[in-house]
Design a protein around this ligand. Structure first.
Ligand code: ADP
Length: 190
């Protein structure tokens, strides 16, 4: 099993690189952002609650996310491995993921930390906002998402360094260049 956590600030290219990784290594993709957007579109109870947080640029509470993730993970039982995109985003989520995987006789194989300059992140998110139709890709929400990233999500780097799973990936450059760096890192551990 190859379980990859793809990590980085909003706009760091997690979704784009995940698509390439999935093709290369035949993994299943779990994007908590995509699952939440589907819940919002279908106007489920979870979707309605999530919307309140997402539109303010805040994180959806851990308990909701962890329950949601457990269900999705159960639906991927026979996979070669999973890429976790947008999860974990807090220390409690990282601990919960470890427990869930350990219960299944697995663990995270590698955490890919996409590193991108702040000015570039803001540019990419504003550009995406012009075409994505995502209600959270506007300057005000982007600023709070970046702040939440620094305060709540960035501490996960130390968690995965302690686990011996963290690999820094230079996230500036062309999509292909960045993917090349990712492949080198994954091939070294798989
Ligand atoms: P981005 O990669 O631009 O940060 P995502 O699509 O991963 O965007 O997430 C969009 C929003 O969904 C986040 O800003 C957050 O409000 C919510 N969200 C996604 N994943 C999580 C998570 N693991 N925990 C809490 N909230 C989440």
């Amino acid at each position: 099993m190859l379980n990859i956590v793809i990590f980085g600030a909003p706009g760091s290219g997690k979704g784009t690189q995940s698509e390439l990784i999935i093709k290369e290594y035949q993994l299943d993709h779990i994007s908590t952002g995509d699952v939440l957007r589907a819940e919002m579109k279908n106007e489920t109870e979870l979707g309605k609650v999530a919307k309140e947080y997402i539109e303010k640029g805040q994180l959806v509470p851990d308990e909701l996310i962890v329950n949601m993730l457990a269900k999705v993970l159960d639906s991927k039982e026979n996979s070669k491995g999973v890429i976790f995109d947008g999860f974990p985003r807090t220390i409690p989520q990282a601990k919960a993921l470890k427990v869930m995987l350990n219960e299944r006789g697995q663990d995270v194989t590698i955490m890919l930390d996409l590193q991108v300059d702040e000015a570039e992140l803001i540019n990419r998110l504003l550009e995406r906002g012009k075409i994505s139709g995502r209600s959270d890709d506007n300057l005000e929400t982007i600023k709070s998402r970046l702040e939440v990233y620094h305060n709540q999500t960035a501490p996960l780097v130390d968690f995965y360094i302690a686990e011996g799973k963290h690999v820094a990936i230079q996230g500036m450059g062309s999509v292909e260049e960045i993917f090349g760096r990712i492949k080198n890192a994954v091939d070294a551990v798989k």
